[in-house]
Each structure stands twice: as structure tokens, then as C-alpha cells.
Design a protein around this ligand. Structure first.
Ligand code: LER
Ligand code: MN
Length: 267
């Protein structure tokens, strides 16, 4: 289990400065936002090669919507996802984080034949079949991320994501991730859900129940980390949250200490 930090949370004006601060604050990797990444890929490769902080993951940032009603919008998503998977492979990242749809369903309900949600699930499995294979060949993973009910209607729990991963059944191309913030809303018991998802989990997002830095809310990270240790998780856990206070570097450093202490609580 290694700690990482999203680029956008790090203080600094250049990528070099941000990477240096991430490392100084006690993190071992950086997660990049996918939007615009392909246009600055060479700059990212140069900066990360010099720093000792590797790119762990690319977080979404594709245009379009994979489960849109509109073919051009679906195609836009497909083109960007394939490009970002190639970038993830070139950067040596664990994977590209993928959310099938934000908000409500966009495709038509065809009840009584099939509901919009049934159609979305079938379309999703169809699309993921191709993208998982593309990811596998690129040497990376597509990482399905469940979100909470206020951000999506479709894949909300770890169990939802596991079901899709099982249906696609290409574990070298498609796995899932779990975000402590979404889990604090959707999971009945976080350690049990992590245990049930097991080997399918290849990445984590860290945020407390308030979506601030770990340590500010009431999430039981020690119990979550113990469950991750139990399933043999050895991937990255990237911060994705707000930073209270003015001294961002001090806050990030404090949170790294807090998280490492929670890892040791149950060792
Ligand atoms: C969105 O809430 C989220 O958790 C991200 O990781 C996906 O864009
Ligand atoms: Mn997340």
C-alpha cells in the first residue's frame, strides 16, 4: 500500500514543483487528470523521469459520455478513452480511472422490453470488452470507479463494479478501484465490501467522509487499510479531496503521517 496525491492538489506552479512537493510531503506517486494530458505527454514524461514520483494513474478526463444516447458523443468518449489508455501504458501507470456515466441515464427506456438501466449495463459490458483488451495490450488497466448516488445512478457500490468486472472477465485489462468518500455513503460496511471485492481492486482514492483530507472526518481508515492488507492489496492510494487551511504543504504532510499511522494501527 503506497500513498499518492493528485497533481491538482499539490502546491506549486509547474509540474516539477508539484512533484517535488508531493514527494516532500511523504507521497510516493502522482495521479494525473486525463483532460488535456495527451497534449502535454512529453512534458509529463520528462518531469516524472527526473522526479522520483511515478505516475500511478490517470483520472478520467475523457470528453463525451460512453453511455450517451447520441452516437457522436459515445464515439468521442471511445476515442479519448483509447488515447488515454495508450498514454497510461506509455507512462507506466496502473491504469485509467473510468466512470461510465455521471448523473441520470441518458439513453431511452425501452420497457417493458428492457429498462434504461438494463440497456446501459449491456452497452457497458459490450464497450468494456474492447477497451479492456486495448488496455491489456497497452500494458495498463481500465479501472472502473463506483461513485455515490448523488453523482451517478449506475455503478454505486463495489459489488456493482465487481459484477461488471466478472461479466467482462479480462482481469489483465479491466479491474476496479474504490474511493473512501463514495464508500462512506454507499457501503454498509467498508471492510466487508473491500474483502468481498478482493483481487478486483487495483487502486484506491483517499478522502475522509467530508471529502477533505483524511483525518478531518469520521472514516475509519485503520479498518479499511486492515481489510486492504487482508486481500493483499499492494497498489497506490491517491488523495482526491479538499485541503482545509492555507498551508497546503503542511496539511498534505500531516495527512501522510496520519495515514501511515492508520496503516500501522493494525499491523
Ligand atoms: C468523482 O467523484 C470521483 O471520485 C473521481 O475519482 C472520478 O472522476
Ligand atoms: Mn474518486
Amino acid at each position: 500500500m503506497k500513498l499518492a496525491c493528485q497533481e491538482g492538489m499539490a502546491p506549486g506552479t509547474t509540474l516539477e514543483e508539484k512533484l517535488a512537493n508531493i514527494e516532500q510531503a511523504g507521497y510516493e506517486g502522482v495521479e494525473l487528470w486525463g483532460g488535456g494530458l495527451v497534449d502535454r505527454l512529453e512534458e509529463v514524461k520528462r518531469a516524472t523521469k527526473k522526479a522520483s514520483v511515478p505516475v500511478t494513474t490517470i483520472c478520467a478526463g475523457y470528453r463525451g459520455t460512453p453511455l450517451s444516447n447520441d452516437l457522436a458523443t459515445r464515439k468521442q468518449a471511445a476515442d479519448d478513452i483509447v488515447m488515454l489508455l495508450d498514454a497510461a501504458g506509455e507512462l507506466g501507470a496502473t491504469g485509467l480511472i473510468f466512470v461510465p456515466i455521471f448523473g441520470k441515464a441518458q439513453i431511452n427506456d425501452l420497457s417493458p422490453w428492457k429498462s434504461a438501466e438494463e440497456l446501459e449495463r449491456e452497452l457497458l459490458v459490450e464497450l468494456l470488452g474492447d477497451w479492456a483488451e486495448h488496455a491489456r495490450k497497452a500494458g495498463t488497466l481500465l479501472l472502473l470507479e463506483p461513485l455515490n448516488r448523488y453523482e451517478t445512478h449506475l455503478i454505486k457500490t463495489l459489488r456493482d463494479a465487481v459484477q461488471i468486472c466478472e461479466q467482462v472477465n479480462n482481469p489483465k485489462g479491466l479491474k476496479m478501484m474504490a474511493d473512501f468518500f463514495h464508500m462512506s455513503i454507499e457501503e454498509r460496511d467498508i471492510p466487508t465490501s473491500i474483502g468481498a471485492a478482493g483481487d478486483w481492486i487495483a487502486h484506491m482514492h483517499l478522502a475522509d467522509s467530508t471529502r477533505e483530507l483524511p483525518g478531518y472526518g469520521h472514516t475509519d481508515f485503520a479498518a479499511g487499510f486492515a481489510a486492504l492488507r487482508e486481500i493483499g492489496f499492494d497498489g497506490y492510494m491517491a488523495l482526491e479531496c479538499g485541503i482545509p487551511g492555507d498551508d497546503k504543504l503542511a496539511e498534505l504532510t500531516k495527512s501522510a503521517h496520519y495515514l501511515k499511522a492508520r496503516m500501522n494501527d493494525t499491523e
